[in-house]
Design a protein around this ligand. Structure first.
Ligand code: XMP
Length: 305
């Protein structure tokens, strides 16, 4: 386990040294990694830090409001980009291509903002497991692979690159970040797009966002899992009234993990699963079926794509 106080001192020094006189942009997603980065960089750079929240349209319910509430002090710049993301994702079904498209659009938006602000360096919350998985070629994480970083930025600063998730949380605690951020579940860079199997559309994202909200509200506080969420995995047959209808299949996943590299399904009691299934099918009428995923990682990944 890293010594948080020493890590913070060293990271602030490193950010100052790497940044030099440059202005530094960063993507603030509100996850624990980017929040820790923002807090460190705010101490290191003051108003030379330009934190940007890209509203991709692929975030969880209430996310944008929450971020602007928590980070209002930092001169946060919110970029409304949902339309751009949905048009870029049109017709794309391959999971790797999806990640690439999202990652590249993300970085293009950064570049646009960097140009506007005169920032020449990029700060990223990449942590150790992100690097291992990308180097191992398992998938391209959008905060590492698939991004043509060399195009615009003179420097990429990654102060969390050697930390595991639990270490990042410990640092968040010492930095005095809100409990809510410190203990937040990890959320993938490409957002809800990797929780829709197949083509991403605005309607599907709205649906999976609502299902995620229900799953989180029933499971997070009671079981405190590493991650829990809902994914849209396909179409199946259901029955409404007297008719057989085609409706969505929603998979619910709740896992425990130390660092995201391996994971075990949480044993959720039947009565809780009953309520989750009932709520999802009644609050989202286009869902015909709810299933619970009991697969560990490996062989499955945590996310669906
Ligand atoms: P998988 O699905 O690979 O996920 O078992 C492992 C952990 O990483 C998260 N994840 C991502 N995080 N960018 C991220 O920052 C990504 O592209 C990405 N893909 C997956 C996932 O939520 C889990 O915690």
């Amino acid at each position: 386990m890293v010594n948080a106080e020493r890590f913070i001192r060293d990271a602030i020094d490193e950010i100052r040294r790497e940044a030099g006189e440059r202005r530094v942009v960063m993507a603030l997603s509100g996850g624990v990694d980017s929040s820790v980065c923002a807090a460190l960089a705010a101490r290191a750079l003051g108003d030379r830090l330009v934190p940007i929240y890209v509203d991709t349209g692929l975030m969880r319910k209430g996310e944008t409001e929450r971020i602007s509430h928590i980070f209002g002090d930092l001169n946060l710049y919110i970029v409304p980009a949902a339309d751009e993301f949905f048009s870029a994702l049109k017709g794309i079904v391959d999971p790797e291509e999806k990640r690439k498209v999202i990652g590249e659009l993300f970085i293009r938006i950064f570049e646009r903002e960097a140009r506007r602000t005169g920032a020449r360096a990029l700060l990223q919350g990449t942590i150790y497991p992100d690097r291992i998985e990308s180097e191992g070629g398992i998938k391209s994480h959008h905060n590492v692979g698939g991004m043509p970083l060399h195009i615009e930025f003179e420097k990429v600063i990654e102060p969390l690159r050697d930390l595991y998730k639990d270490e990042v949380r410990a640092v968040a605690g010492v930095l005095g970040l809100p409990h809510e951020i410190q203990h937040r579940m990890p959320f993938p860079g490409p957002g809800l797009a990797v929780r829709v199997v197949g083509e991403v559309t605005r309607e599907r994202i709205e649906l999976v966002r609502e299902a995620n909200w229900i799953v989180e509200s029933e499971i997070v506080d009671r079981f405190n899992p590493w991650q829990c969420f809902a994914a849209l995995i396909g179409l199946g047959t259901g029955v409404k009234g007297d008719n057989r209808v085609h409706g969505w299949i929603v998979a619910v996943r709740a896992v425990n993990s130390r660092d995201g590299m391996t994971a075990d399904p949480v044993h959720i009691p039947w009565d809780v699963m009953d309520r989750v299934a009932l709520r999802i099918t009644s609050e989202i009428p286009s869902v015909a079926r709810v299933v619970y995923d009991v697969t560990p990682k490996p062989p499955a990944t945590i996310e669906y794509e």
